[in-house]
Design a protein around this ligand. Structure first.
Ligand code: TYD
Length: 224
């Protein structure tokens, strides 16, 4: 019997409110239509422990969390997620589409909180079994539009439910600028892994571009 082929690992990155989850969902549908077994997940979250950590990390009432403690919790979430969800799924041949991964830690904690990339990448090395995405879709829009959209969305969400995930949205513009710049620096450093997508375009056009990148880079041998 032929050994089962490992699945592909695709991550979506970008500032809050850039439309990652919509595009992730559309790509999952597209791949399923092509007969590929896909799971979708997110960080922080994706496991029972991860959901608890997500509530602590994102709730705007979480006060006084030190940048290093924040980084450690992001990696606690990730280590659990990798062991419990991502690696077992990839081993079964499933494709894993993940909303955020280590690039978010590098951008938000490394850039936004000014802990630097080196610390983040060292933790990745130590805790993540060398796992790297096969492809990362970095969705880029302009900073002001992003912040406005994320704030609007979260205000609407908090009115409708008990969920409050506003802690990062409440950061100032300089913080978001550092996050934005850090994402762009990652894309410059690793062009073979990270594809930049202009998120200002209509949803259908962005989707088409993402599908093309995935097919060009990952689908040889998976063509139906
Ligand atoms: P997410 O649910 O993707 O928010 P949105 O849908 O608004 O993009 O991510 C939650 C927040 O967590 C987001 O503000 C970024 C932050 N975050 C980090 O700061 N570091 C990390 O390593 C991860 C995974 C997320």
């Amino acid at each position: 019997m032929r050994p089962r082929q490992r699945g592909k690992f695709i991550t979506f990155e970008g500032l809050d409110g850039v439309g990652k989850s919509t595009q992730l969902g559309k790509l999952a549908e597209h791949l399923r239509r092509r007969g590929i077994d896909v799971i979708t997940t997110r960080e922080p979250g994706g496991t029972t422990l991860g959901d608890k950590l997500r509530a602590v990390l994102l709730h705007s009432r979480t006060a006084g969390l030190s940048p290093l403690a924040e980084l450690a919790l992001m990696f606690a979430d990730r280590a659990q997620h990798i062991d419990e969800q991502i690696l077992p799924a990839l081993a079964k041949g499933q494709w894993v589409l993940c909303d955020r991964f280590t690039d978010s830690s590098e951008a938000y904690q490394g850039g936004g909180r000014e802990l630097g990339s080196k610390t983040v990448l060292q933790l990745h090395e130590l805790l993540c079994h060398g796992l790297q995405p096969d492809l990362t879709v970095l969705m880029v829009s302009d900073l002001a539009a992003n912040i406005a959209r994320a704030r609007r969305r979260n205000t609407q969400q908090s009115k409708r439910s008990e969920t409050d995930e506003n802690r990062f949205e409440k950061e100032n513009r300089a913080f978001h600028r550092r996050v934005f710049d850090a994402f762009l620096a990652i894309a410059e450093r690793e062009p073979q892994r990270v594809v930049k997508v202009n998120a200002k375009q209509p949803i259908a056009k962005v989707h088409k571009k993402i599908v093309k990148s995935v097919e060009d880079r990952l689908c040889q041998g998976n063509k139906k």
